[in-house]
Design a protein around this ligand. Sequence first.
Ligand SMILES: O=C(O)C1=C[C@@H](OP(=O)(O)O)[C@@H](O)[C@H](O)C1
Ligand SMILES: C=C(OP(=O)(O)O)C(=O)O
Length: 428
Amino acid sequence: MKTTPLAINAAKLQGHLQIPGDKSISHRSIMFGAIANGTTTITNFLTGDDCLRTIACFRKLGVVIEQEGERAVVFGKGFTGLNEPSEVLDVGNSGTTIRLMLGILAGRPFFSTLIGDESIGKRPMTRVTKPLLSLGANIDGRSGGEYTPIAVRGGGLTGIEYRLPVASAQVKSAILLAGLQADGETTVIETSKTRDHTERMIQHFGGKLEVDGLTIKVQGGQPLQGTNVEVPGDISSAAFFLVAGAIVPNSEIMLKNVGLNPTRTGIIDVMREMGADLQVKNEREQFEPVGDVIIKTSTLKGTTIEGDMIPRLIDEIPIIALLATQAEGVTIIKDAEELKVKETNRIDTVVRELQKLGAKIESTNDGMIIYGKQQLLGGTVSSHGDHRIGMMLAVASLVCKEQTNLENIEAISVSYPNFFNHLESLLK
Ligand SMILES: O=C(O)C1=C[C@@H](OP(=O)(O)O)[C@@H](O)[C@H](O)C1
Ligand SMILES: C=C(OP(=O)(O)O)C(=O)O
């Protein structure tokens, strides 16, 4: 297996970064642009592989999309403008693409099939296909609809009331996207508040919805109107540099244009709780709340992360685990079983790869326990094809005593194609 040597023992990180567009919002801006009537212009679009897959899938459904770098223009013709694809829709590595598209395709009266890569082939889909079947769609897939390939013949939907069995924005979004095409009202009740980008998008595109605590109601048959979307920077990408700045000595980094939607800012709350020297400046609205975040080298202490906090930082847990190795005392992460069904089983891969670097960390049924503060040594580690594990290990190497080599570095392009350029620009 080919490995790539990573930077070691960084003396300091200094400078500023313009954080690339949010992945969740980039996907949704293409999808809503496609199902709305009229033109949608998107700026600061994320050019990671996952979002490019979403564009490719909608082009196969007949939607005209122009994309050049971070600007994309979608020429939507409403839900009825989507056509039966003559080819299979391949979502690559992207869980968000397949789960949200299933919600859209569930309402379309034509046949479509969806596949993805090896990792997608192991991720559970009945959490989405089951409620879509109760709305009235015909959907089937391998192992009783649990895995790809999945085939859909949609149309003829009627609204339902559905209590989510897991805290998942992807499941919530799939049901709302199907609900927009159903007869009558669709109600989704969440277990914990998850990212609300879909709810905000529906309203931004001129649709109506009611949110009351954990209950969301949407009426079917509403027309959506194309609009402009300026995508905020992705806090999940910024997270790698927030942690790098906190753990590398003599560091000060300004991360500009970071999305600060409260359903996503768990990492900021947890880092502050752990004692991080973190400031938020220049808060403003740019489609969603955004601001600039300044992080300096910090003296950190362990904490417990659990319950409703988990969905607010679910994708940041790998990098928070690294942060905890550099904090005094014990950090406990609980209620995070969902990590087992991401691009990899992120409980296992985080624990195994950080152990290879010399960390004291153990897995539990629903999370992990990390003992700090630990000098990391270095070694040969792997992303296991998981972008967030790859970036976490690249940040870990900055505080390792010896050389670290990373297998399968390519995975990082899924969500942060410029990651290494950005890192190099801070290494002075
Ligand atoms: O809706 C979204 O854009 C996402 C929701 C989360 O997944 P789940 O809904 O499976 O928790 C998250 O992990 C993923 O990176 C993006
Ligand atoms: C889980 C992730 O994405 P997805 O579910 O879209 O593959 C992620 O980006 O960490």
